[in-house]
Design a protein around this ligand. Sequence first.
Ligand code: CO8
Length: 372
Amino acid sequence: MHQVVISGTGLYQPPYTISNAELVEAFNRYVDQENARHAAAIEAGTRAPLAHSSVEFIEKASGIHQRYVLEKTGILDPARMYPHYAERADDQLSLMAEIAVAAAEQALAQAGKSGADVDMVLCAASNMQRAYPAMAVEIQQALGAGGYGFDMNVACSSATFAIEQAVNAVRTGSVRCALVVSPEITSGHHAWNDRDCHFIFGDVCTALLIERADLATAADTWEVLGTQLATQFSNNIRNNFGFLNRSEDSDPNARDKTFRQEGRKVFKEVVPIASAHIESHLAALALQPAQVRRYWLHQANQSMNQLVIKKLVGEASAERAPLILDEFANTASAGSIIAFHKHRADLQAGDAGVICSFGAGYSVGSVVVRKR
Ligand code: CO8
């Protein structure tokens, strides 16, 4: 068995931001237009009017201040309320692969490696752009990587679940260097016209390089002490978009074909699951929660993260569990990886940290690391 390290990370940040003020202004125009269009039915009492959103609610309920997106005009157009993406020919690099390659190149540069050193590529994200060929195989080719690649989807836990697959493959010697990319184009399958959730998501792509410790040459490496994954079925976060929709003769634009959730239930149910999961994982590694210098938690909701940390160590602080969701919003499986990417430089050799995702499934995945 080989010792395994994370030796590089990368972050592709889309070119456009949408502030809460811009988002709410566009959403409220959409509401006014819809209510005007259905004025007679609203007047007759056969249809409920839509309600305005508010910046104050969004910031208080979630902690989100803005989000990055790959395209914003469509999202902010009240007659459309979703992005415009140009269809690409089969011989062009697909959008998911393009942002994955950009993030991967950063991770490779940080690790002092090239695409040719990689022999496993995992594309781990909440939605794939197409059914096949696998996104990972296209990314593998674009980077000049060898070995093999495959796609995985465990929604918000896609990245941590992929890390376990990569770590095990490197540990057992079946590969030497694995790349995990999480191109999360959440804008494409988000309900931007639903007041309950329109503010939640942003686009991004993260990358991680995982390799044998004895082959790593980077100065900044993180030994993977252990990984632990768990799932428990819940319908509280769900998207029914899928390849059987056509045969079911269902409406492709129906509300259930994009993201939807029972946010309050998710909040209440997932906090105890996540904190108990982290506690049991640390106990299995003979570590106390207070001995962990940093928690890079899933980035869905500020209060949720504060509660998880309070349960673990008694008090929440940005030093112990940094937040990136104020700037990035919820980026599905990429959130905890962005936190790790941006908030690890100040840790010292010997310091332990936990990367932890939690979300749809339900799913929870933790990765315990120690700076070398
Ligand atoms: N503006 C103003 N008021 C609003 C708005 C709004 N936009 N939305 C709701 N309200 C009102 C409601 O009507 C309600 O009013 P009243 O009390 O009069 O009935 C009041 O505000 C409270 O509403 P909620 O109970 O819904 O509000 P919460 O305090 O629960 O906050 C949150 C809502 C922020 C959504 C919160 O519940 C939350 O963050 N929960 C956790 C969710 C979570 O972690 N989900 C994980 C999802 S991510 C995931 O798993 C990945 C999926 C794959 C990616 C998909 C990409 C698209």
